[in-house]
Write a protein that binds this ligand. Sequence first.
Ligand code: HEM
Length: 271
Amino acid sequence: MSSSVERFDEKARRTFSRHGQTVVHRGELLRHTVYTRVLHWTVAISFILSLLSGFAIYSSWLYRWLTPLFGGGPLTRFLHPWFGLVFTIAFFFQFLNWFAPMHWTTADKRWMREVKAYITNREAVAPKDTGFFNGGQKLYYWTIAVCAVIFLITGLLLWFDDVIARWLVAVSYVLHDLAALAMLAGFIIHLYEGTAAQPGTFQSMTNGTVTNKWAWTHHPAWYAEVTGRDPREDYERERQRLTERDRVVEERERAEDRPQASVGTRDDRVR
Ligand code: HEM
């Protein structure tokens, strides 16, 4: 199964790269191809539209605020299952696209155990065996996969609720809403991690690239795999380079008798 998925994925990647290119500058690495980015943003947009239209139907308070976005109550009800369907189909392709790097490994277990040190910045760089995706990202992916299946089954049952038993409709409502809440929580964390928490991550889904510094900081094993270099050594070399540069600047400023400019901590600049 996995080789036919890979073949399909490879073909899709090649087709998309004929229509758009990813420019990788010096000091950068290719992170996400055009195909992956198109899939991701289709998933993201259809998910947000499903979420907003779903909340509009779910809560009478939100109904007033959100339904005008979709042209009124009846149109919101009509559109919601279609947004959901687009989300499920787009995520199915994204699921195939990321299936290989999302396999759970012992490195992910370790990442989960050490996550506190990493997110509280006690450790400047991620554990050295962190590959293309870390344990948290894989957890998010698999949560979406499970929720997408729940959405699809319960969503279809709710769409055609006049032909199924009442108890099944009631159970579907509960499962559909629980999946939506789990997805909302995951989405909030994902939004934060993909933007403010880790500067440089967002550009991987726009330009498709990341800097070497970003890679050796957050995904050292992937950095080692694609560059053939030691992430820890490169991190240390960059640290020493900046230390030396600071020393030269300080000396020059002292010589010129000027107050020293604030340039941030060294650790901030090597990751
Ligand atoms: C609209 C706001 C969003 C932003 C700014 C955003 C940003 C990103 C970025 C930058 C990455 C790449 C991370 C990396 O290369 O390490 C990513 C990956 C991913 N995104 Fe999004 N995303 C958004 C919405 C969504 C939504 C709505 C979903 C699904 C419901 C989603 C699912 C994923 C998944 C499964 C990954 C791979 C695993 C991970 O990085 O967590 N994203 N996203």
